[in-house]
Unconditional design. Structure first.
Length: 335
């Protein structure tokens, strides 16, 4: 049974459109789409394909009529164009349905290889001739959507900088210790076709934590802590998922894949993402269990061998921390 990989799922297929997670029209990446109907090496209108255990029918196959592009994680672009022959297109646009559910995909050619993608810009689009096109993306490349790239800006001495442009050694502004060097960057891709929904990101709409906080949509992992002020006037860090009772804060249920990016400094810091004070990576016992062993070794080099021993985190957090239950009870009173 033929299998294709790395399908960018989008809300629709439109000409001259920019698709990104920040705009909300780039939903994620789908892998392992399979069908014996593809064994002939062709996408054909009418083929049945299996996606996440559900059968869909291919309704429409389209191709670029004019140039488009992928914007990568480092801000560079890679173009795609139309080809005279449809047996090896740069990009295939696919629309499928199963009677009640219609889904749209942008499929890149394997020649693009692996990488992080911020956004996709389409040009003009047309239907393929004879309702078929050669199957592409039969290699499982390491392609990720950078969830924070297009929407999250980290405050640095040089101004707000897209998180995907920050490199190890760069400076970021912290609340308590001024400019600090980034010591490591942790990246974790999560595919919700296999990962539990409890890992889906929390979306903070503009001003959901106060005026200008955030100043644009912000996605963070559920346990990622945000800095707020309690009724006593004290600053506290609370898990993002504890703030769900607030207006403008919700689980991003539509996400099918996300890449979480955490910045690591020499100590736990409060940094600014989209104008909102939030934490850097904290090497507590829970967090350390979720990362690969190779990364744990690197973090021990940074923070010391005594991190996360037993039930007590031996490195102090940047400020007071509330647990989920405590914070949820006070969520509507934080400012």
């Amino acid at each position: 049974m033929a299998v294709i990989y790395d399908l960018f799922e989008v809300t629709d297929i439109s000409e001259n459109t920019t698709y990104s997670t920040a705009a909300g029209n780039l939903l994620g990446i789908v892998d392992n789409v399979s069908s014996s109907d593809l064994n002939d090496g062709q996408f054909d209108v009418g083929d049945d394909v299996l996606i996440g255990g559900v059968w869909y029918n291919i309704d429409q196959i389209q191709e670029p009529q004019s140039a488009g592009s992928f914007t990568l994680g480092d801000g560079s672009t890679v173009g795609f164009d139309s080809r005279i022959l449809e047996n090896n297109l740069d990009v295939v646009f696919l629309t499928v349905s199963n009677g009640g559910d219609v889904r749209h995909f942008i499929i890149p050619n394997d020649s693009y290889g692996s990488g992080n993608v911020q956004s996709i810009q389409t040009g003009q689009i047309e239907n393929v001739g004879f309702n078929d096109a050669g199957v592409i993306s039969t290699t499982d490349n390491d392609i990720n959507i950078v969830c924070f790239a297009a929407g999250t800006k980290i405050k640095t001495p040089g101004g707000d900088t897209a998180v995907e442009e920050i490199q190890i050694g760069d400076l970021a502004l912290t609340r308590d210790n001024g400019p600090q060097h980034v010591r490591a960057i942790l990246v974790r891709a999560v595919d919700f076709s296999t990962a539990p929904d409890r890992l889906k990101p929390i979306l903070f709409e503009e001003n959901s934590l106060g005026p200008g906080r955030p100043n644009n949509k912000l996605f963070v992992s559920p346990q990622h802590r945000m800095l707020v002020t309690d009724l006593s006037g004290s600053k506290v860090l609370v898990p993002a998922k504890a703030l769900l009772p607030r207006r403008g804060v919700r689980v991003a249920h539509g996400k099918r894949q996300v890449t979480y990016i955490h910045l690591v400094f020499s100590r736990h810091e409060v940094i600014y993402a989209n104008g909102t004070p939030t934490e850097s990576f904290f090497p507590g016992s829970t967090a350390m269990k979720t990362i690969p062993k190779s990364s744990r070794a690197e973090l021990r080099d940074i923070f010391g061998d005594d991190i996360a021993i037993g039930t007590q985190d031996s490195k102090m957090p940047a400020t007071a921390v509330l647990r989920v239950q405590q914070a949820r009870l006070q969520a509507l009173n934080f400012s």
